[in-house]
Ligand binder design. Structure first.
Ligand SMILES: [Zn+2]
Length: 196
């Protein structure tokens, strides 16, 4: 019997009258070709399944990475939110420092408005007693009004201060008696004090 040639798969001759397949010049028995195709398809399916599995795994990995990223961002946001709601101590200290500095500058400015004191004058004082009162008459020439006089009642003394230009009148009366009345007239401050 004459043959067309040998089957690529099984190597046996393909006789005339037998069903065969010519695939790009390669001859197969039809049954061999179908077997091969089946095997090929199965392999392809297997490969496809493998690929699918790899893809799924990649997806799962990506999801984990994304979740980690989200968590990281959530954490950063929490830190950011906290920094807005509760400014950290460093910021507060800085703010306080700034305020203190501003205050110091303001005080310096106020001081510079007051002329520097060149002379401290002990004012003339006259005293007299009247019943249970002790009266002090303090002479403060050039002082125009009571508002220019600073009177401080301290624990064991009374401090009197009045400024005229670059001069300051300054007097301390050692007493524990309270001030009963004060009056300013004709450049004289009259203080009535409790006798000790
Ligand atoms: Zn064959």
């Amino acid at each position: 019997m004459e043959s067309r040639g040998n089957c690529i798969l099984c190597g046996k001759p393909i006789y005339y009258g037998e069903k065969y397949v010519n695939d790009s010049g390669n001859l197969y028995h039809l049954s061999c070709y179908l077997k091969l195709k089946e095997k090929f398809d199965a392999t392809r399916l297997e490969e496809k399944a493998k690929l699918e599995k790899i893809k799924e795994e990649e997806k799962a990995k990506l999801k984990i990475i994304e979740k980690e990223k989200e968590a990281e961002q959530e954490k950063l946001y929490e830190v950011f939110k906290a920094s807005i709601e509760k400014p950290n101590l460093e910021t507060k200290t800085l703010k306080e420092e700034t305020e203190e500095e501003e205050k110091a500058v303001e005080e310096e400015k106020q001081k510079s408005l007051i002329p520097p004191t060149k002379e401290v004058i002990d004012p003339q004082i006259q005293t007299k007693e009247e019943g249970d009162k002790k009266i002090f008459m303090i002479s403060l020439p050039d002082i125009k009004s009571e508002n220019e006089i600073e009177i401080k009642e301290l624990y064991k003394s009374i401090e009197i201060k009045a400024r005229v230009g670059d001069k300051v009148y300054f007097q301390i009366i050692p007493t524990q008696g309270k001030i009963l009345s004060k009056k300013f007239e004709n450049s004289t401050l009259t203080l009535e004090l409790e006798k000790e």
